[in-house]
Ligand binder design. Structure first.
Ligand code: DNO
Length: 408
C-alpha cells in the first residue's frame, strides 16, 4: 500500500518538508485554479510537478505526484446541457496531458451540484480537538427553512421535520449564516462557491434529471473518456457520494456497492475503476466496506482511509442520519479488516503479474489537534491529524504484512 498525501499546492499550510517528515511516499494533488471544463495544460502540470519534487531551497524532496484528485466533471457534463460536448473533449485532452506528465491515476466524482458537504467544520471534541460533522437536523433545517426548497418536507419523516422546525426556531442570524456558508461554501476539492440563489438555480436545472437519467449521463461520459484513458495508460477511479444519500432532492448514483458494480460492469475496462473512500461510504450502515473491498477489489485504484461515527438522529431504517469524522481507528468502520482485504487484493495482483499491485491510499481527513486548532487550513486537511492517521494506518499495515508473510 503506497502512502500518499493530499496536497493543495504552494498555498497549502502543510509544506513539502512536512510531507517528507510524515514519511509520505507520493503526493495527490490537483490544479484547483483551472475552471471546471477547461484543459489542464502541460505547462501547468509541469509547474505542479516541480513544486512537489523540489523544495523552496531547490533541493529534491524525493516526492512524486502519483495521483490526480480530481479532474472535476463539469455540471454541464453531468446534466448533458450547455457546453457538455466541449467539456468532454477538454477532459480527454487533460487526460492526455496528465498521462504525458507521468501520472497514471485520476480520481473524480459524479455528484450533482454539491461535492462533499458538512454542516459543521469545527465540532468540539472532548479532548480539546475538533472535527467535521454532518448534523442531519441542521441540514434539514437548511433545506426546508433557509434554502426553502419547494416541497422539501416530502423527503423527510415527520419526527425529523419537527426537530428541524424546532432547530430553525432556535437559530439566530449568525448561526443561519454560518450553516449556509458551511453547506455551500465549496469545501476543498469542490471548485465552486455557491450562494443560496446559485443553489436554487442549479437545482432548477435538475428538475428533469432523475436517478436513471443521471446514471445514463454518467455512462455516456465514461464511454467517451475511458477509451482515451485506456489509450494513454490512465486508471480513472470514481469517488463515492459524500454523504452517500440524496441531498436537496438530487439524485445520487455512487452511494452503495450495487452502484459501483453497475458502473464497472457497464463500462468494463481496467481504466474504469473505483476510489474506495471508507469515510464517505461508511456514513451509511448498510455499506460493508471490507466486503466491498473483497468483492470489488480488482477495480480499486485508489483508497481514502477515513473513519466516521454514525450518531442519532437517523431515519428509521438507519441509513440516512448524522455522523462525525472520528479518529482513523475510532469510528464505525473496521479499519483492520478493511486493510487486510486490501493486502489480500495486492497479493492477488502480484500473483497475476499486475503492475498496479501497490495500491495508493491516503489518510483521508484528520481532526484538528494541537497547533492545527484555529490555524484555518483547508477544512478536513490539517497536518497533525492526518499525520496521526497515517501513523496509525501504517502501524496496521506493517503488522498485517508481517502476519501475511509469516513473520509473526
Ligand atoms: C473530500 C474529498 C472530495 C474528493 C472528490 C473527488 O475530502 O474526498 O472532495 O476529492 O469528491 O472527486
Amino acid at each position: 500500500m503506497k502512502q500518499t498525501w493530499r496536497w493543495f499546492g504552494p498555498n497549502d499550510l502543510t509544506s513539502t518538508s512536512d510531507m517528507q517528515q510524515a514519511g509520505v511516499e507520493a503526493v495527490v494533488s490537483a490544479l484547483h485554479h483551472i475552471p471546471n471544463g477547461e484543459v489542464w495544460t502541460k505547462d501547468e502540470l509541469d509547474k505542479r510537478h516541480q513544486q512537489i519534487t523540489t523544495n523552496q531551497h531547490g533541493k529534491a524532496t524525493g516526492l512524486t505526484w502519483d495521483v490526480v484528485e480530481s479532474v472535476p466533471v463539469s455540471e454541464d457534463i453531468k446534466k448533458q446541457k450547455g457546453d457538455w460536448r466541449a467539456h468532454i473533449e477538454a477532459y480527454k485532452t487533460s487526460l492526455e496531458n496528465i498521462a504525458a506528465s507521468g501520472i497514471e491515476i485520476v480520481c473524480y466524482n459524479f455528484m450533482p451540484i454539491l461535492d462533499w458537504t458538512r454542516t459543521d467544520l469545527v465540532m468540539p471534541l472532548q479532548n480539546g480537538g475538533s472535527c467535521m460533522h454532518y448534523d442531519y437536523i441542521d441540514f434539514v433545517a437548511y433545506d426546508i427553512h433557509i434554502l426553502a426548497r419547494p416541497n422539501a418536507k416530502a423527503d423527510f419523516p415527520d419526527e425529523i421535520i419537527e426537530q428541524a422546525n424546532a432547530r430553525f426556531a432556535s437559530m439566530n442570524d449568525d448561526t443561519i449564516a454560518l450553516l449556509t456558508k458551511n453547506i455551500t461554501f465549496g469545501l476543498p476539492g469542490a471548485n465552486d462557491t455557491l450562494s443560496l440563489d446559485d443553489v436554487r438555480s442549479h437545482l432548477a436545472e435538475y428538475d428533469d434529471i432523475n436517478k436513471d437519467k443521471l446514471r445514463a449521463n454518467f455512462v455516456d461520459f465514461l464511454e467517451q473518456v475511458i477509451p482515451t484513458a485506456e489509450k494513454v495508460g490512465i486508471r480513472m477511479c470514481c469517488h463515492p457520494d459524500d454523504p452517500p444519500f440524496s441531498l436537496l432532492g438530487l439524485p445520487r448514483i455512487m452511494s452503495v456497492e450495487s452502484d459501483y458494480k453497475y458502473i464497472v460492469e457497464t463500462v468494463s475496462s481496467p481504466a474504469n475503476g473505483i476510489t474506495l473512500c471508507s469515510g464517505s461510504l461508511g456514513a451509511r450502515s448498510d455499506n460493508d466496506l471490507t466486503g466491498m473491498m473483497q468483492r470489488l477489489g480488482e477495480h480499486v485504484h485508489f483508497l481514502h482511509l477515513r473513519n466516521v461515527k454514525r450518531i442519532e438522529p437517523r431515519d428509521p431504517d438507519g441509513i440516512r442520519g448524522s455522523f462525525y469524522e472520528s479518529e482513523h481507528l475510532g469510528g464505525d468502520i473496521d479499519m483492520v479488516t478493511l486493510i487486510a482485504a486490501v493486502l489480500q487484493q495486492e497479493e492477488k495482483r502480484k500473483a497475476q503479474g499486475r503492475a498496479d499491485w501497490n495500491i495508493p491510499f491516503r489518510p483521508d481527513h484528520g481532526q484538528d489537534l494541537m497547533e492545527d486548532l484555529g490555524r484555518r487550513g483547508q477544512p478536513g486537511y490539517p497536518t497533525i491529524g492526518r499525520l496521526r492517521g497515517l501513523a496509525e494506518l501504517r502501524g496496521i499495515i506493517t503488522t498485517l504484512s508481517h502476519k501475511q508473510h509469516g513473520v509473526i
